[in-house]
Design a protein around this ligand. Structure first.
Ligand code: PLP
Length: 403
């Protein structure tokens, strides 16, 4: 028996195969060494480019300069410090249209959105590989990994063709007696599309009818790391105002540019049918996954700075500049509404071919195939304005080659 035969094959497989995005990112590092960083236009990774607001550094300095370091840097309760959780509850209540009171008892601090999702999934899936979780393409590439690892089966539903808006009928048609949850992500990675309160209301109505038809709870898991990065006239609606059995998975990775700090939370709808048990199951999942507690320093930082975000206008202006410039070169793009991604149509080529050609012009993009959609490439514009402007001559040459 070889050594690798003694390992968990699923984990070995996941670890051996890098995601398409990570592979491009690794290539980018090598290529920058070869020809100089300024000559490589890497739009592959969603790593925030805008600095955290100065209040974050000030708060960290204030906290780490105080006397109570053993307490500050020590364990908190598994679900997070109660005063920090209360602060998040108060903030979420202020976002509600006035009907939902969220308290610290509805909040569970996590190490970011990825942990929020895995913990939530583990809390509701029975690990028999029969429970289905509907995901809406294009979806964040890790969703299938998270769902399968937590014991469920991902069921992919496409969004509306060409606009990538949510297709509620398509979701309704995919619901079966095995459906445990529908997972949505708006503003969306990779399409940059948002959800309106009207669309969320329609989705909720449909889920209420389907839950009654099948006699079971269908959870709505809303993955919202880009909640505030919304360029439309309507703020991102709060899922609790629309659907009782909902779970909000949040992260400060993008809104405060704290991706490396690993801090986020799960908020449970106080109106969920089994709200208290759901919360306990979340606590149990976090425990069994070995999280212990989220970083205590950052619980305090985000709680004290509730509602603060990076300067969203920087991303909005990047989006507008890229859209205008690339469209003028003949590229077809999905109008960006939020997050910091934009989709470019791959025209006559497959998405992979398009990326390969773009690579010859030192432009690094990600094909959408891993996001569950063919024929588009994702451009992550979380870059400095200068980097974006510098890339335009390469895009111009790419367009002359393609069209
Ligand atoms: N969900 C979506 C849609 C994302 O784009 C990301 C990260 O890019 C995550 C979850 C994971 O975020 P975090 O870094 O907070 O774990």
């Amino acid at each position: 028996m070889s050594v690798s035969e003694k390992l968990n094959n699923k984990s070995l497989g996941l670890g051996s195969k890098k995601s398409a995005i990570r592979e491009i990112f690794e290539y980018s590092k090598l290529r920058k060494e070869e020809i100089g960083a300024e000559n490589v236009f890497d739009f592959s990774l969603g790593n925030p480019s805008v600095s955290p607001p100065k209040e974050v550094a000030e708060k960290i300095i204030e906290l780490v300069s105080a006397d109570n370091q053993a307490q500050l840097q020590g364990y908190t309760s598994a679900q997070g410090d109660i005063s920090a959780r209360n602060a998040i509850g108060t903030h979420l209540t202020s976002l509600s249209k006035g009907e939902t009171q969220i308290t610290g008892d509805n909040i569970y601090f996590t190490c970011g959105a990825a942990a929020s999702l895995c913990i939530s999934l583990k809390a509701i899936l029975w690990e028999n590989q029969k429970d289905e979780v509907i995901i809406v393409a294009p979806y964040f590439t890790e969703y299938t990994v998270f769902i399968e690892s937590m014991g469920g089966r991902p069921v992919v539903v496409q969004s509306m063709k060409d606009t990538f808006k949510i297709d509620i009928n398509a979701i309704a048609n995919a619901i079966t007696k095995n459906t445990k949850a529908v997972m949505i992500n708006y503003p969306n990675n990779p399409s940059g599309v948002t959800i309106t309160s009207r669309e969320l209301a329609e989705l909720s109505e449909m889920l209420i009818l389907k839950s009654a038809e099948f006699g079971q709870i269908i959870y709505l898991i809303s993955d919202e790391p880009y909640r505030e990065i919304n360029f439309t006239n309507e703020k991102s609606p709060l899922v609790f105002d629309y659907y009782k059995n909902s779970i909000l998975c949040y992260s400060y990775s993008k809104s405060l540019s704290l991706a490396g700090a690993r801090i986020g939370y799960i908020a449970i709808s106080p109106k969920a049918k089994v709200s208290k048990d759901l919360y306990l199951a979340i606590c149990g999942s976090g425990r069994s996954l070995g999280y212990v507690c989220a970083p205590s320093l950052f619980q305090r930082v985000v709680a004290d700075l509730s509602g603060l975000t990076v300067d969203i206008n920087i991303y909005k202006e990047n989006a507008a500049l890229i859209y205008k410039t690339l469209t003028s070169y003949g590229f077809e793009l999905i109008t960006p509404q939020g997050a910091f991604y934009i989709l470019i149509k791959a025209e006559a080529n497959t998405a992979q071919e398009f990326c390969n050609i773009a690579k010859q012009f030192e432009i690094l993009l990600v094909p959408t195939d891993d996001f569950g959609v063919h024929g588009y490439v994702r451009l992550a514009y979380c870059k400095t304005r200068q980097e974006i402007i510098n890339s335009f001559s390469a895009f111009k040459r790419l367009s002359e080659f393609l069209f």
